[in-house]
Ligand binder design. Structure first.
Ligand SMILES: [Zn+2]
Length: 147
């Protein structure tokens, strides 16, 4: 998980300031709803962030159109990364809330070109529940989808 945590005071979100041009960034692409720029951490060369321009903390605070715009931009950046660096792999990472690993409270997607043995990792603690538990969980979610 990222180690940087934005400690900006409320109303002074670091990504809003970056979008406004108040702090420097290596900008890659911009459209009406999104901006893409290089992440300072550079897990691999070309590691980019896609943000929505409107301040929204998490995925659930985006409109469906903003969410679609963010993924369109991530797709565009990923294709450019592959052309530029030839990375055989790609990881998208989008974290929400402290418990979800979010360290800057402004919606963003990491777009990370991946290479063999690049040292980037993700813990994936499988629980492998039995079929009955899967079905009960699916029923719970289907009911929530109808709300
Ligand atoms: Zn913001």
């Amino acid at each position: 998980m990222p180690e940087f945590v934005d400690t900006s005071p409320p109303g002074e979100c670091i990504f809003c300031r970056l979008i406004a041009g108040e702090i420097p960034a290596s900008r890659l692409y911009e459209d009406a709803e999104t901006l893409a720029f290089l992440d300072l951490a550079q897990l691999n060369p070309g590691h980019a962030l896609v943000v929505v321009k409107r301040h929204a903390e998490t995925l659930l605070e985006l409109t469906p159109d903003e969410a679609a715009a963010a993924m369109r931009t991530a797709h565009r950046i990923a294709a450019a990364q592959q052309r530029a660096f030839g990375a055989p792999g790609l990881t998208l990472l989008q974290c929400n809330g402290k418990e979800g690993g979010q360290t800057v409270g402004h919606f963003h997607i990491h777009v990370v070109p991946r290479h063999a043995d690049d040292g980037v990792g993700l813990l994936w603690p499988r629980k492998d529940p039995p079929r009955a538990v899967l079905e009960a969980t699916a029923a719970q979610l289907r009911a929530a989808l109808e709300d």
